[in-house]
Design a protein around this ligand. Structure first.
Ligand SMILES: NC(=O)c1ccc[n+]([C@@H]2O[C@H](COP(=O)([O-])OP(=O)(O)OC[C@H]3O[C@@H](n4cnc5c(N)ncnc54)[C@H](OP(=O)(O)O)[C@@H]3O)[C@@H](O)[C@H]2O)c1
Length: 297
């Protein structure tokens, strides 16, 4: 294996914390560094991890030296920091990094109406294009798409479960199934991408733990927490309303647009890019994942 020296950006995040855990647990004996914003708290990093600090706006002249002696840069940066990625990619090329794994970890298909209404997602498209343009400069890339983070989707209201009011909004009866992935599985997939470097170069890879639906998740929630108020909405008018409110500046509606796309992702297991087998990915069954996701309730 030639990809041994790994640098992680966003190592304090929801996903980054788990990527770091699985990098350190890997039998591949990676040398692991994290790129940390100077304002970030680094006290919880284990001693085995080298901390490389840069100013909070990731200045290019600090990135290239930070990426020296690195084979792989993983970006698990927050949505708020995604726009810094072209600078990360330029620094990878300058420092002769071999693989860049961008902040993706979500939808594979980003329809034009979503890009128009949620410009932050355009960054993901632009980064994919930019990475392709850098292949000839010696930088390979891998995008990991997991559709939705399962636990966060349940807890945050993304799947339309509003915990404070015990109210669920089911779209078209809530029966449609979509791919869902637990954070732990996403993190393991990132490590496997590096371990299987030749098979994963310059590819968009689709992964999942299972497919599920709003109805299936609601049944489990109600078994544990009692009856919920259920509102049934037709997708079309519900989505039109969310689009209109977004156009009028109501940003709290943005996640509905993303969920509308995520629930239409279809059966990834039938797609050529489906990579669970290629990555030899250990998946978590629905029952186990929901048990863990609902532990606190
Ligand atoms: N599929 C889904 O359902 C889903 C859901 C949520 C997120 N995602 C994807 O996964 C990626 C990672 O998500 P996450 O929830 O792990 O991210 P997160 O916890 O919000 O943030 C990750 C890290 O980004 C760094 N960072 C850099 N600039 C920042 C800024 N301006 N504000 C806040 N943090 C900043 C921080 O690390 P340092 O302190 O170390 O600098 C932070 O811990 C996202 O970008 C998104 O693409 C997918």
């Amino acid at each position: 294996m030639t990809l041994n020296r790994i640098l992680l950006i966003g190592g304090t995040g929801n996903l980054g914390t788990l990527i770091l855990k699985h990098l350190l647990a890997s039998p591949s004996n990676f040398t692991v560094s994290v790129l940390s914003r100077r304002s970030a708290n680094t006290s919880h990093y284990p001693a085995a991890v080298k901390i490389v600090q840069v100013d909070d706006d990731y200045p290019p002249d600090q990135l290239t030296p930070a990426f020296s002696d690195t084979d792989v840069v993983i970006s698990a940066i927050s949505m708020m920091g995604m726009h810094h990625q072209p600078k990360f990619i330029d620094a990878c090329v300058a420092a002769k990094v071999k693989r860049y794994i961008p902040t993706e970890f979500g939808l594979e298909d980003l329809p034009q109406w979503l890009l128009d209404l949620r410009p932050m997602f355009k960054t993901k498209h632009d980064v994919r294009d930019y990475l392709v343009s850098k292949e000839s400069a010696g930088l390979s890339w891998t995008c990991v798409c997991c559709n939705v983070f399962f636990e966060m989707g349940i807890e945050s209201g993304f799947f339309q479960f509003y915990w404070a009011q015990k109210r669920a909004v089911l779209l078209n009866d809530g029966e449609l199934q979509w791919p869902a992935t637990t954070l732990d599985t996403v993190a393991i997939a990132v490590v496997r991408v590096i371990e299987k470097e030749e098979l994963t170069a310059n590819k968009i890879l689709l992964i999942q733990d299972f497919m599920t639906s709003q109805k299936e998740v609601l049944n489990e929630i109600e078994q544990r927490t009692g009856k919920w108020e259920v509102q049934k909405r037709e997708l079309g008018p519900w989505l039109d309303e969310a689009k209109e409110k977004t156009r009028n500046g109501q940003n709290e509606e943005l996640s509905k647009l993303t969920f509308a796309v995520a629930r239409e992702a279809g059966d990834w297991a039938k797609r050529e890019e489906y990579a669970n087998a290629l990555l030899d990915l250990p998946t978590k069954p629905f029952k186990k994942a929901i048990e863990q996701a609902l532990e606190a309730h």
